[in-house]
Ligand binder design. Structure first.
Ligand SMILES: [Zn+2]
Length: 310
C-alpha cells in the first residue's frame, strides 16, 4: 500500500491527472481480489460507464468488433490473451485486462516471436482491455476498444512467474531522474530493437513512449528511420511502451487515428517535450477542468448491446 502512495506522491501531479488514476504498469496488484459491490442504480443515466464496464468479468458473446474511438468505445467478441505463451507472460492478472480484439491477440503472438529474434527473451504484457472494453475505473483514458496493449520494458525471465510475482513484481524505470534522457544504467540497444520490431509490424498504427525514450530511439535508429514516425512521445510510458493497432476490417464503426505523417519526429517536435511547460505542466486547477465522466449515453449506441449481451 505504501508503495502505491509513494508513487502518487512522487509523480508530478499533472502527469497523474492525465493518467486519471493509478494502476500504472508498475503499480502492484492484489492476490485477494474482491468482486465490486453491485450498483444500486445501474440504469440511472448518470451512472459512469466505467462503473458498468468495470464490473464485467467476461466478453460479450457477439462477433468481434471494436466499436468507437480508442478513448471512447467498447469491444464485442473479445478474446483473452493466454496468461502464458511461447514468448510472453501476462502481468497483474487481478486486473482482468488481458482482453483484446482477435487482431490484437494475433499481433502479440507474432510480435513475441519476432522479439525473441532481436534478443528479447519474451514479453511481459501489461494491460490490454477489459472483457467488454469501455472506460476503466483506474488508469488509461484509452485501451477501450481492444486495440491497445502495454508491454513492459523489462524482459521476461526464463521461468514461469508465480501469481505473486505477476501482481507485485515492479517494472524497471527507464527514464533518468532529470527526465531528459533514458537512464544509461538500465537502457540497452535491444530495447530500441524491440520497439522497432513492433513499429515495423504492418498492423501497428502508433506506439507511445516517454519523450526520453523517443530521444534514445532517435539517437540509435541509424539510417533506416521510417518506423520512427509511428513512435510518439507521451507522458508516463517510462516503464512500458504502448502499442496501438489499426481498426480491424470487421469493425466499420471503429474510429482510426489520423496517419502520423512521414517525419521521424526527432527534431523540433521532440525538443518541445523537454521544455519546462511539457516537463512540468501547471497543476490541473490552472490547466483547466478535469476530464468529464463518460456515461453509457456518451459512448456509441452499440456499446449498450455489448454491455447487455448474455
Ligand atoms: Zn497504455
Amino acid at each position: 500500500m505504501m508503495k502505491v502512495l509513494l508513487h502518487k506522491v512522487l509523480l508530478p501531479l499533472p502527469v497523474f491527472c492525465l493518467l486519471a488514476a493509478p494502476a500504472l504498469a508498475q503499480d502492484p496488484g492484489t492476490l485477494d481480489k474482491k468482486p465490486l459491490p453491485p450498483l444500486e442504480h445501474p440504469d440511472a443515466p448518470t451512472t459512469p460507464a466505467k462503473e458498468l464496464f468495470g464490473r464485467e468479468t467476461g466478453s460479450a458473446p457477439l462477433a468481434a468488433r471494436s466499436i468507437g474511438g480508442y478513448a471512447k468505445g467498447c469491444l464485442a467478441g473479445a478474446v483473452a490473451l493466454p496468461i502464458n505463451g511461447v514468448a510472453w507472460q501476462v502481468m497483474r492478472l487481478s486486473r482482468n485486462r488481458n482482453w483484446g480484439h482477435p487482431n490484437l491477440i494475433a499481433f502479440l503472438e507474432r510480435f513475441a516471436e519476432k522479439a525473441k529474434k532481436v534478443g528479447w527473451n519474451g514479453l511481459l504484457v501489461g494491460d490490454l482491455s477489459q472483457p467488454r472494453g469501455g472506460p476503466m475505473l483506474t488508469g488509461h483514458a484509452s485501451h477501450q476498444v481492444g486495440l491497445d496493449a502495454d508491454i513492459w520494458l523489462t524482459p521476461m525471465p526464463d521461468r514461469t512467474l508465480s501469481n505473486q510475482e505477476r501482481e507485485f513484481m515492479s517494472a524497471v524505470q527507464m527514464v533518468a531522474d532529470n527526465r531528459l534522457d533514458v537512464d544509461p544504467k538500465v537502457w540497452t540497444h535491444t530495447r530500441t530493437q524491440l520497439i522497432r520490431t513492433a513499429a515495423e509490424d504492418p498492423s501497428v498504427e502508433r506506439i507511445f513512449v516517454n519523450a526520453a525514450i523517443k530521444k534514445a530511439l532517435c539517437r540509435e535508429a541509424g539510417s533506416d528511420r521510417g518506423w520512427l514516425a509511428k513512435v510518439r512521445p507521451w507522458w508516463g510510458h517510462d516503464y512500458h511502451f504502448h502499442v496501438r493497432i489499426f481498426c480491424p476490417a470487421d469493425s466499420p464503426t471503429c474510429e482510426p487515428q489520423p496517419p502520423p505523417g512521414a517525419e521521424d519526429g526527432c527534431g523540433h517536435e521532440l525538443d518541445q517535450w523537454f521544455t519546462e511547460a511539457k516537463l512540468h505542466p501547471p497543476p490541473p486547477t490552472e490547466a483547466g477542468k478535469p476530464r468529464s465522466t463518460m456515461t453509457l449515453a456518451s459512448l456509441p449506441p452499440e456499446c449498450r448491446r455489448v454491455l447487455m449481451a448474455k
